[in-house]
Design a protein around this ligand. Sequence first.
Ligand code: TRP
Ligand code: SF4
Length: 442
Amino acid sequence: MKIDPWSSKSYQDYTRLRDEFGIQAFTEDCWKDLPSPHRLFRRGVVFGQRGFEQIHDAILNNKPWAILTGLMPSGRMHLGHKMVIDEVIYYQSIGADVAIAVADIEAYATRNMTLAMAKKLAIDEYIVNYIALGLKPERCRIYFQSQNQDVKDLAYLLGRKVNWSQLVATYGFDGGTNLAHVFAPLVQAGDILHVQLPQYGGVRPTLVPVGVDQDPHIRLCRDIAQDFRLYSILKTKDDRIGVFVKVDERVSELLDNAEQAVKRLGFSQLKRITEYKALYIEDATEANIGAIDAALAVTEPSFGGYGFLQPSSTYHRFITGLTGDKMSSSKPESSIFLTDTPQDARKKLMNAKTGGAATKEEQLRIGGKPDECIIYELYLYHLLESDAELQQLHDSCRKGTVLCGACKKRAAELLDALLLDIQKKRMGAEEKIPLYFHNPQC
Ligand code: TRP
Ligand code: SF4
C-alpha cells in the first residue's frame, strides 16, 4: 500500500493504515490532560500521531513549541478542509505559536496553477474562511511558499540528504514527473523545519496537524531532520545509552559540549570514548533519550548545525462526501463548501444516503446504523459540540426512535446556522486581509 498525497483517494481502514506505516494511535492519554480537549480529539477523528509526546510535554510544562500547517489552494474550501483549521484554532486558543504555509508553489507544480491564481484562491477561499472560523491572524504568521526565501533556501539545502530512489519509493515518481513536482516535498520540508531556524524561534518541538494523506511528507521530513543532526542518541545493543557524534569535524569539542549538556541534566556517570566519537551515559535509561536529545539539539546551531528536532504530527480522518466517496472540491455535489448558500447546502445534505433502514416500519423496528451514516458523520465532525447530545442521537438512531427525515432536518438546520455564521464573519475577516498584502513576510 502507498499513500499518495496528490490523489483524491479516500481511506477506509484507518487502523490498518496506522499499523502499516507505523503511525501511533492518538489515545486518550495524548489529549486528556490538555485544556478543554477538542471534540475532534474526544471523538477519535484525530486518530494517529507521530512524536506527539514532545508536544504534550511542552504544553503541560509550559515549554516553547510551535505549530505549522499548510494549505494547498486547489479548489473551494469545504467541510473536509475545516478539521485542520479547527485544530489549529484550538491550539491557538491555548497559546500556541502558529504558522501557516500557503502552498502556492505546490499548487503551481502539481495543479497547473499560476502563482497569482493560487494566491487569490488561497486568500478568498481559505484565509478568509480561517479567520471567519476563529483564527486570530494577528497572533499567527501566514506566508506564501513562493515569497519566503528562508523556506526555499532550506528546501534546496535539505535536498542534499534526499536521493531519487527515496522519492521514487515514497511517492512513485518516475521519469515523467516534472521537477517542480519532484521538489514539492522538499519545499514542504522547508515549511515544516524553517520554524526551528533561529530567526523563527529556534529549535523546539513542532506539531504538524494534517490529514493522513500527508504522512509521506511527514516521514520524509522526519528522516531529513534526523539526518541533519550532529548527534544521535541511542540505546546500544548492550543496553547502554550513548551519545554519538555523527560528523568528523570538531569531534572532541562536540563531545565536550555533550558532556556539559548531559551534566546539566543531572547525569554524572559518563564514559567518553573519543575514537568511537561516543559518550556513554551509564545512569541514563531509554526513558531519558527524549530529554537528552532535546538538550543536545539546541546546542547544535552553535556548531554550525541546525539541530532540528523531528517534527511531530497528528492525523485526522477524512469526512465522507455526501455522495459516499471522498469530499472533494472537484465534486461539488459531494461537498459542502464554506461559501455554499444554506439552500444549496441543504439540498446536498437532503440527498445524502443515510444509515437508515429500507422502510420506516423497518427502522422503527430495528433502528438505524449511525456509524455508517453520512449525516451522523456531519454531526460528529462539525454540527454538535456536546458529547451528551451526540450520544443521545446515536442511541435514538440505534433504537429507531428517531427517523432519518427528522434527523436530516435537524442537521440541515444546524448546518444552516453554521454557514450563516461563517458568512457573517467572513465580512469582518475580509477587512483584515490587506494586512497580509503589506506584510513583506507573506
Ligand atoms: N501538501 C499540503 C496539502 O496538500 C500543503 C502543505 C504545504 C503543508 N506545506 C505544508 C501541510 C506544511 C503541512 C505542513 O494540503
Ligand atoms: Fe443517520 Fe439520523 Fe438516519 Fe440515524 S436517523 S441513520 S443518524 S440520518
